[in-house]
Ligand binder design. Structure first.
Ligand code: PBG
Length: 333
């Protein structure tokens, strides 16, 4: 055939392919989510093989391991004792709570590691919602924000570097920015869960924290989070959320979940000059783990291909439970 263009010319060898490769993965792209609890044992999470609830001592070792693999940021999630859960989730700003203690310990042992936190009430709420639920069953916006600000301040006091509001209340980024600044934490950044969708992919995470919405009294409790998290049918709305978060002072914008929302990552990349993060959430992780356990897919190849897709779509950072495995695999390549 008389072809001028033969794209295969550049695919002929490993060396050529590596020369024209448009995107790459590095352990410094990863943010590693970790679950902590009060118990003394390391507990495997049923639906997330290879992910654990860590006691504080063991957490330090796991974070040291992540650091040695080149990972530079971890995000912490608490499994809170039932006895501490209340309707208003006030345990979220207890200075001696699990998360502030974990941050303090990590900052003492490994001061260089970037510590990101999650700001929302769900691990502390007896109703399992990210905000305070009114007697009529409404998730209250402005009342919740006051609590979120106090939660963010306590995390910053403990030494957090990046505050991650995941609650999807309106106006929380601006309120948290102001609260942090008022307390002298103008250096603490905000990585906002900007486009966070009401998603079934969070199921295994809610098992890990035992934090799913539930009804324990006469109070009507919304069964899902669709009055505050985004509708998965919407893309333009993500741009509105991104514009608001930028105006309100977010430093990094996040899209969550990741894989089913690559188009949203791409659109935010085109709309904003801020760094973009993708959250490769628990359900995405569990599906890969389950298929790999059955021998139906090759875990390493699927994970690296998936993580690369987030970079290609336009994200700079990837929150992923595969972080340590992926960092090890990248070292071998
Ligand atoms: C809490 C929160 C959730 C996740 C991160 N922060 C769950 C939810 O909103 O219900 C999900 C993370 C994952 O599934 O990996 N607001």
């Amino acid at each position: 055939m008389d072809l001028t263009y033969r794209p295969r010319r550049l695919r002929r060898s490993h060396a050529l392919r590596s020369m024209v490769r448009e995107n790459s993965l590095s352990p410094a792209d990863f943010i590693y989510p970790l679950f902590v609890h009060e118990a003394n044992d390391v507990q495997q999470i049923g639906a997330m093989p290879g992910s654990y609830r860590w006691p504080l001592e063991a957490l330090i070792k796991e974070v040291e391991r992540a650091w040695s693999l080149g990972i530079r940021c971890v995000v912490l999630f608490p499994k809170v004792d039932e006895s501490l859960k209340t309707e208003d989730g006030a345990e979220c700003f207890n200075e001696k709570g699990l998360i502030p203690r974990a941050i303090e310990l990590l900052k003492k042992e490994l001061p260089e590691m970037t510590i990101m936190t999650d700001v929302a009430l769900d691990p502390y709420s007896i109703d399992g919602h990210d905000g305070i639920v009114s007697p009529e069953g409404i998730v209250l916006n402005d009342e919740t924000i006051e609590f979120l600000c106090r939660q963010a301040i306590v995390q910053a006091q403990a030494g957090a570097d990046l505050i991650g509001p995941s609650d999807m209340m309106d106006g929380r980024v601006g309120a948290i920015r102001e609260a942090l600044d008022d307390e002298g934490f103008e250096q603490v950044g905000i990585i906002s869960y900007t486009a966070k969708y009401a998603s079934a992919y969070y199921g295994p995470f809610r098992e890990a924290l035992d934090s799913a919405p539930r009804s324990i009294s006469e109070k009507p409790i919304p069964k899902d989070k669709s009055t505050y998290q985004m509708d998965s049918a919407n893309a333009r709305e993500a741009i509105i959320e991104a514009q608001l978060d930028e105006q309100e002072g977010a430093d990094i914008l996040m899209v969550k979940p990741g894989l089913a929302y690559l188009d949203i990552i791409h659109r935010l990349r085109e709309e904003s000059e801020l760094p973009i993060a993708a959250y490769n959430v628990s359900g995405e992780y569990s599906m890969v783990k389950a298929a790999a356990e059955k021998g139906w897919i090759d875990e390493k190849s699927v994970v690296l291909e998936t993580l690369l897709s987030f970079k290609r779509a336009g994200s700079d950072l990837i929150l992923t439970y595969h972080a340590c495995d992926a960092a090890e695999w990248l070292k071998q390549e």
